[in-house]
Design a protein around this ligand. Structure first.
Ligand code: WTA
Length: 673
């Protein structure tokens, strides 16, 4: 059996990247990092000087209280300053930076024939027209606008239009159900909903207008519906099918409420004075995925988020103006907010905006797009890498990927095998892989390598970004020094950290600050190795305690994934009479490999070898597919139900494919019966 390189192998940054890098070596990183902690005022002031402030700050760059025993939790950045996000990411480039003709986005549709190019000047014009439309509809500073759109340019226009007039956008991923959409509209009390008639995702036609109607109906059933206007984009792919609206797409229309986007925009003026906002005014709310309980409206504010997303983008992707950058996330998630919209635009970057999916119309679509636009920086999720790995190297080798310089991942721990494949098959060993750890709550990257400076260890998010001070706490709240494993917390804020849970500051304090007073608690486990590298071990609630030993599901998953037959693994806890908890493992096998006893034994042996006998899986079952949310996160709650044979699995509405659950019950491990 071939086991890929050990996780501890180090990869030095390639020389070619270091020549013009913003942070050329590890010493420079350390010096800048020290400065960011020792003199945050000077550090952030220098960053702020690059942006436009209608009025300068009267307060310090950062003020905060992280200790519940000393009063309310708060973070303030640049109190007294007035600015506008949209002005900084568009007007500043067009008016002052000579970037008007630079491409902001290459839009690539679901079908390869659909594409568009949008320059910064054009983007500004669309955004101003949309801003005027919203104003006409009565939207004012502080009002909420819900946006339920696919990955089309109008999504960018709409969010920036909100930012321009000081409205607070609440983007809901257009794969969410009408139930989830209605819940988010009701919590935000939005006055306008922006949606589209429909969209093709791969081969599948999704009637977004119908889902939106249902959601608004649900709001009305529960309480009076706050939405008075529904602005509807006529999707390009619908138009090409029938000339007007797609025949297959039956949509209903409420003429009191519904307005076609094109008609509203047609004679809307191209000039719109930005609303000058306070630094701490809200920019947006984004609801975090509902894997546990009611979704939380994570709130970010103008100045801090601007500084932090622009700085992380510049350094983590070592951005230069001639780059073509592509982040494959959906704007409905924080990754899209920070690293498709705000961070790249603040830097005047040229990005690919991709509407489709990695396997449509063929499994080489990602690689084809990289070749087409000569993408130099590519950012995706481990789940996408593992999906594409299943098809082997041949679809990758068909395309010229020599433009690539940096690869990035986000969203979950990346197992060594996927890292290796990404590094070799996609990056040809020339491109560092920046494994960026962060959360909706953190606004931007908090643990991450810098591509030309940080020697990499596959699977480690390496070191903290500037201004970020991590600490590891034991169950009892003691700070652990040196090599250690425990709770990942942060002892001070950086400008881009969330400010509150919308309309529920108490929930904000309880969720993130109560357990360990004085610290922001991420909810993730982490290990620091002898070289000071941080390794995210998975959510703390996914920690297992087997015979008194704390271990992480991610660690066991990483070991299982090293087996050449395994494409993906997920491990949950199952109660055990003697050991307290036992390990129940789900493995998805690569195409056409059968699950059998020999394989099961090999897998157990592998985990024993990689982690130790204590981590030997008690049960391993075949999983044709894993239950995932639409953003690709494995829903462990459901896996725990299956492991325990608890048929009442509760709410499945956030699952991408609920059928998976029944399949897994029927495949349950015999030993566990
Ligand atoms: C996980 C996504 C390991 C982590 C930006 C975190 C990661 C949660 C990584 C946040 C990474 C994200 N390595 N785990 N590089 N990145 N996570 O809010 O558990 O959708 O708490 O933000 O994803 O997910 P969210």
């Amino acid at each position: 059996m071939v086991v890929p390189e050990s996780q501890e192998k180090m990869y030095d940054p390639p020389n070619n990247l270091q020549r013009d890098a913003h942070v050329p070596d590890f010493d420079s990183y350390q010096a800048m990092y020290r400065k960011s902690l020792e003199d945050p005022e000077a550090f952030w002031k220098e960053i702020a000087d690059e942006f436009f402030w209608k009025k300068p700050a009267t307060g310090p760059m950062l003020q905060y209280n992280f200790d519940v025993s000393k009063g309310n939790i708060y973070v303030k950045c640049m109190e007294g300053a007035k600015t506008n996000m949209c002005y900084n990411v568009l007007d500043r480039h067009v008016r002052e930076g000579n970037l008007g003709e630079k491409v902001a986005y290459y839009w690539e549709g679901n079908s390869p024939g659909h594409h568009a190019t949008i320059t910064y000047r054009q983007l500004l014009s669309h955004v101003c027209r949309c801003a005027n439309v919203l104003k006409q509809m009565g939207v004012k500073k502080g009002d909420r606008v819900s946006i339920y759109l696919p990955m089309i340019p109008e999504l960018i226009y709409a969010m920036l239009a909100c930012a321009r007039i000081g409205a607070v956008h609440s983007i809901v991923f257009a794969g969410f159900s009408s139930e989830s959409l209605s819940e988010r509209i009701m919590d935000a009390q939005s006055s306008v909903l922006i949606t589209a008639d429909g969209v093709y995702r791969g081969e599948k036609l999704i009637n977004l207008k119908h889902i939106s109607d249902e959601a608004l109906e649900k709001c009305r059933e529960k309480e009076s519906c706050s939405v008075t206007t529904c602005l509807v984009v006529k999707h390009h792919s619908m138009r090409t099918i029938s000339g007007t609206s797609c025949n297959k797409l039956q949509i209903s229309w409420d003429s009191q409420r519904d307005v076609w986007w094109d008609e509203a925009m047609a004679d809307s003026p191209e000039e719109c004075e930005p609303e000058w906002l306070d630094a701490e005014d809200p920019l947006f709310i984004l609801y975090t995925s509902g894997s546990t309980g009611k979704p939380k409206g994570v709130m970010h504010t103008v100045a801090g988020y601007l500084l932090y997303t622009s700085l992380t983008f510049k350094y983590v992707f070592d951005h230069h103006l001639d780059d073509v950058y592509w982040c494959t996330a959906d704007i409905g998630w924080i990754t899209g907010h920070s690293y498709i919209a705000y961070g790249p635009l603040a830097n005047g970057a040229t990005s690919v905006l991709f509407e489709g999916i990695p396997v449509h119309p063929h499994v080489g679509r990602f690689w084809e797009i990289i070749e087409k636009y000569k993408v130099s920086k590519f950012y995706t999720a481990p789940t996408a890498i593992r999906l594409l790995m299943k098809y082997g190297r041949e679809p990758v080798q068909k395309y010229d990927l020599s433009s690539l310089r940096i690869l990035g991942t986000v969203g979950e721990p990346i197992n060594a095998e996927a890292w290796q494949w990404y590094y070799e098959a996609v990056g040809h060993g020339r491109c560092p892989v920046v494994d960026t750890y962060w959360q909706t709550e953190t606004g931007g990257h908090v643990l991450t390598p810098l591509p030309a400076a940080t020697p990499l260890k596959p699977g480690s998010a390496t070191f903290p970004f500037f201004g970020v001070e991590p600490s590891i706490l034991s169950e009892h709240g003691e700070e652990l020094a040196g090599e250690a494993e425990g709770y990942l917390v942060f002892r001070r804020p950086w400008p881009g950290i969330m400010r509150t849970v919308y309309k529920n500051h108490e929930r904000f304090e309880n969720t993130y600050f109560k357990k360990f007073p004085g610290f922001y608690v991420t909810g993730d486990g982490v290990r620091r190795d002898k070289d000071g590298y941080y390794w995210i071990t998975g959510r703390i609630d996914d920690m297992l305690n087997v015979s008194g030993h704390l271990m992480s599901t991610a660690e066991v998953e990483g070991a299982l994934s090293l087996h050449p037959a395994v494409s993906e693994a997920a491990v949950v806890s199952r109660p055990h009479k003697v050991k307290g908890e036992s390990l129940y493992c789900f493995v998805t096998l690569k195409n056409s490999i059968d699950f059998n006893k020999t394989l099961e034994d090999e897998l157990k042996k592998l985990v024993r070898e990689k982690i130790g006998p204590i981590a030997t899986p008690d049960f391993i079952q075949n999983a044709p597919a894993l239950p995932k949310t639409r953003s690709g996160k494995i829903m462990r709650r459901i896996l725990r139900n299956i492991a325990r044979n608890e048929r009442d699995v509760g709410d499945l509405s956030t699952l991408a494919d609920p059928k998976v659950v029944e399949e897994l019950f029927s495949e349950r491990s015999e030993a566990a019966a």
